[in-house]
Design a protein. Structure first.
Length: 79
């Protein structure tokens, strides 16, 4: 299991404090957006050579912890 704290951090002076992959300006939000648009891991690593496969795993470990701590927006049913 990847320890996300070794890969993800937040700095209030960079991207308004959004969680980032350490040493980059690449946000967890961007990684998720790319995956949601159908990008593969290889696509992301090829386009952003400063990040590693472990960085990508760390984004999911971070999100798992956020959800476990209920740091998310509840999903409501559509009427």
């Amino acid at each position: 299991m990847v320890n996300w704290k070794n890969h993800i951090h937040s700095d209030p002076t960079i991207l308004l404090g959004k969680p980032l992959i350490k040493g980059t300006r690449i946000s967890v939000e961007l990684i998720l957006e790319l995956y949601s648009q159908g990008w593969t891991t290889e696509d992301i690593l090829d386009s952003y050579p400063t990040i590693t496969p472990e960085d990508l795993l760390a984004t999911f470990a971070y999100l798992k912890e956020c959800i476990g701590q209920e740091l998310f927006f509840p999903i409501t049913r559509a009427s």
